[in-house]
Design a protein around this ligand. Structure first.
Ligand code: 5AD
Ligand code: SF4
Length: 457
């Protein structure tokens, strides 16, 4: 979502004559677009700000300005604190106000001019009434694989999570707006679109003809009608919002890739309840069964938190059991991080950091084994790969398989942006390698993860 938001900020600023530079020393304006989800991400903001300050001072000694802005969820949550700790920051704005960048920038520049030595900061961390998306210019950036925000915010209030406070209440963009943006992205060269939302499958946007609302499954069917759009994905989902229409879209819509990131967080019902996830492990497994019935080759990914307050060894063992039972193609895992203002922060049964670290290691070892087994199960098959970038070596191209695996291909001259057939020869922990294969016949493998001697895919 932050990558998408940063892109949209670039679009807004392009209309004011700004362009992107990779070199901070050249920057008239530096924006840190920040994430507040865990403490580590937040700490990074302050160390990055320190580095930007040096560039700002160097520029000052050459009579050049550098406006420093902090955007995103840390700005939303800690705006006043940032201004206090880092008074050289000129602007602070949250994820819902970046369409107002032109006014904010003008204000920041006026304040720099009138104070010469140190500008007074501009803060904009409201949740504005005017919808942000209506005020953004169309992008001119072309990407083979593009992101498209369809939903923002969250009403689920998991007790560990800061998102409902920083991104605000759930909001879905109207279907017409989403389709318009998707068509535009395809015209600019996108072959794949990933629909984004903090809780994307809670999508309920105003229907095309102004009657009622559409869920994500219906939206996906409509997007699949766009000529030239070859692949669709969506992220991130909540198990409770996997409705029948969406599950059926996995059965019926060939453009919808057979890969789903569906976070479960924990395999212990006791901990799921304390997390206010509103579902049990049984419910989660039922959803996965239904998805596998609808789309037998679907591969799964999840997020896991270890060391949530009150998590005992037995709870953690249940998480490992769930992982073995489901079989993942990949997953993200984190130590629980206290977020001020969330209910979890007030719980008095916090888990020791060393216990968290050792649980994380055990969990990640298991996930890594599953990921490698999944990658190995693809060797010897032909996969369609969307080539989206050049590799480091001569003649090397990179792309993604339908299952989100990174694939390296050696080839004379395939064009970027093409979907090619690749015979997969090698599996590594985080990637595959193979060669171009002219055969039109796709060997569609049903990936398998062997676990405890039992085939779970
Ligand atoms: N501590 C650790 N991980 C967290 N996540 C969200 N909040 C926290 C927290 N306080 C993880 C969840 C979520 C992912 C985006 O980040 O697993 O799905
Ligand atoms: Fe955070 Fe996701 Fe829970 Fe919403 S559903 S509160 S975004 S973890």
């Amino acid at each position: 979502m932050n990558v998408y938001d940063s892109g949209r900020m670039i679009d807004v600023l392009a209309s004011l004559g700004f362009s992107v530079t990779e070199d901070p020393a050249q920057a008239d304006l530096a924006i840190l677009n920040t994430c507040h989800i865990r403490e580590k991400a937040e700490q990074k903001v302050f160390s990055d700000l320190g580095r930007l300050r040096e560039h700002k001072e160097n520029r000052k000694s050459n009579q050049q300005e550098m406006i420093i802005a902090v955007a995103g969820c840390v700005a939303q949550g800690e705006g006043a604190e940032i201004m206090r700790q880092a008074p050289y920051v000129n602007m602070v704005f949250g994820p819902q106000t970046y369409h107002r960048l032109p006014e904010m920038l003008a204000q920041a520049l006026r304040s720099v001019d009138s104070h010469k030595k140190q500008g007074r900061g501009v803060i904009d961390i409201e949740f504005p009434l005017e919808p942000k998306f209506d005020s953004l210019p169309e992008t001119q950036r072309s990407q083979v694989s593009a992101f498209l925000s369809v939903q923002e915010g969250c009403d689920k209030f998991c007790t560990f999570c800061v998102v409902p406070y920083t991104r605000g209440a759930e909001f879905s963009r109207p279907v017409v707006d989403v389709i318009k943006e998707a068509r535009h992205l395809v015209n600019l060269g996108a072959k794949e679109i990933t629909l984004l939302g903090q809780n994307v499958n809670a999508y309920h946007g105003a229907a095309i003809h102004g009657q009622g609302e559409w869920g994500l499954g219906r939206l996906i069917r409509e997007l699949a009608e766009i000529e030239g759009l070859k692949r669709l994905r969506y992220t991130t989902s909540h198990p409770l919002d996997m409705d029948q229409e969406l599950i059926e879209a996995h059965r019926d819509v060939p453009q919808l890739m057979p890969f789903l990131h569906l976070p479960v967080q924990s395999g212990s019902d006791r901990i799921l309840e304390a997390m206010n996830r509103k579902h049990t492990t049984k419910y989660y497994k039922e959803v996965i069964d239904q998805l596998r019935q609808a789309c037998p080759q679907i591969a799964l990914s999840s997020d896991f938190i270890v060391g949530f307050p009150g998590e005992a060894d037995a709870d953690f063992q249940e998480t490992l059991t769930l992982i073995e039972c489901v079989g993942y193609a990949q997953a993200y895992s984190f130590k629980y991080s206290i977020r001020p203002g969330t209910p979890g922060a007030l719980m008095d049964n916090q888990v020791d950091e060393t216990v968290k670290a050792s649980r994380l290691q055990v969990l990640q070892d298991l996930i890594n084994r599953q990921q490698l087994a999944f990658n190995e199960s693809i060797v010897g098959t032909v996969q369609s790969v969307l080539l989206d970038r050049r590799g480091k070596r001569e003649g090397q191209f990179m792309g993604r398989s339908p299952y989100m695996q990174s694939v390296t291909v050696f080839a004379e001259e395939p064009s970027l942006g093409e979907i090619v057939n690749v015979f997969i020869e090698e599996a590594h922990p985080n990637s595959l390698a193979g060669h171009l294969c002219n055969s039109d016949v796709m060997i569609t493998a049903i990936p398998s993860v062997e676990s405890k001697g039992q085939r779970v895919y």
